[in-house]
Ligand binder design. Structure first.
Ligand code: DP6
Length: 341
């Protein structure tokens, strides 16, 4: 029987959850503590309805090593990053059994679409529930953060702020919801310009930046100003202000990435052409702006009424392979069992 089938048969020690991916408008890049994965700055994101990860977990007292499989693939001994994360859950629950973990994204993994965000958020929820724990969303967010910083935000739907926190133990470094998905309906159109996995992942890229960029202090010193301005833009539903801060934070992060040694360049010609097309649309009065993460895909944030125009424009750019459209998505939730508190 598969893990999912056993969960459907209500077996104890098992649970499954869905968490949606998210895209930061005010970016996170750099850590203040690598061990606890504490961010050097806060960040603000939108959770995406169309992109998610489903994860099923079953603890098995007979099993000695955690086992993982992606989709219908074969079972493999789980990678250390996964086992370390499950160790946190085992320590909280006081259990020792290893786990069977099945996970699947409804989008390409490692293509700059934030699979670690939805992946660790889904694992935090399914894993704690399978271990017999029912955590608050704040505690879930702190746990998810230790898997991946951006995962802390995917515990919540809509518009979300990740708090940097100041405590050394990370007890105040978690996400909080700003607005629910229906309180300010927005669309995100993603332009995929390369399907290959990125060459330098976020965790490694951040370390390089923190250690070698002369601009890192400028990045951390100016973060609170961006966060404050974005909070205002969100509470006023001011798209123009949101657009200006989003592009500023994105371009500032990429300038920072480029200023390390060796510098990180995540864009390709199609990324740049898409950036220019978005700016051209905005100059014509279309409410749209861009953001780009540690990869070459462009994410256009816009008002839903112009999503079709934005998608058509991006699709027509040479080098844009495909586009995806998403509205804002919900909180991470259990599937097949009651939603956690
Ligand atoms: C560019 O959350 O993937 O997407 O904490 O090391 O797992 P780790 O990094 P990760 O970094 C995300 C970086 C980003 C910006 C953002 O999502 O805020």
């Amino acid at each position: 029987m598969t893990v999912k089938a056993e969960i459907e048969s209500q077996e104890q020690g098992a649970a499954q959850a869905r968490a949606h991916s998210n895209i930061a408008l005010v970016k996170y890049w750099g850590k203040r503590d690598k061990q606890l994965n504490l961010p050097a700055t806060g960040s603000i994101s939108v959770t995406l309805d169309a992109l998610y990860t489903d994860t099923a977990v079953r603890f098995d007292p007979e099993l000695t090593e955690d086992q993982f499989r992606y989709g219908d693939g074969s079972w493999q001994t789980a990678e250390p990053r996964l086992t370390r994360f499950l160790d946190l859950i085992r320590a909280m629950a006081g259990t020792h059994g290893a786990a069977w973990i099945e996970s699947q994204n409804n989008f390409a993994t490692g293509s700059g679409l934030a699979s670690s965000a939805s992946g660790f958020a889904a694992l935090a929820l399914a894993g704690t529930q399978a271990a017999g724990l029912t955590l608050s969303r704040t505690a879930l967010s702190m746990l998810a953060r230790q898997g991946s910083g951006s995962a802390a935000r995917s515990i919540f739907g809509g518009l979300v702020e990740m708090r940097r926190g100041t405590e050394a133990d990370g007890s105040d470094a978690h996400a909080v919801p700003l607005l629910g998905p229906d309180q300010w309906p927005l669309s995100v159109v993603i332009a995929i310009t390369d399907n290959r996995s990125k060459t330098v992942g976020s965790t490694e890229g951040m370390t390089r930046t923190v250690e070698t960029s002369p601009y890192f202090s400028g990045w951390t010193d100016s973060a609170e100003q961006d966060l404050e301005a974005m909070r205002h833009a969100i509470s006023a539903r001011n798209f123009e202000a949101l657009a200006e801060i989003t592009e500023h934070s994105c371009l500032k992060m990429h300038a920072l990435m480029m200023s390390g040694r060796p510098g990180l360049i995540y864009w390709n010609p199609a990324t740049l052409a898409a950036m220019q097309a978005v700016r051209e649309l905005r100059s014509q009065g279309v409410p749209v702006c861009f953001t780009i993460d540690a990869g070459p895909q462009l994410k256009a944030v816009c008002e839903p009424s112009v999503a079709e125009t934005v998608e058509r424009t991006l699709k027509a750019i040479p080098g844009v392979l495909e586009t995806r459209h998403s509205r804002l998505g919900p909180d991470a939730h259990l599937t097949g069992s009651p939603v956690c508190s």
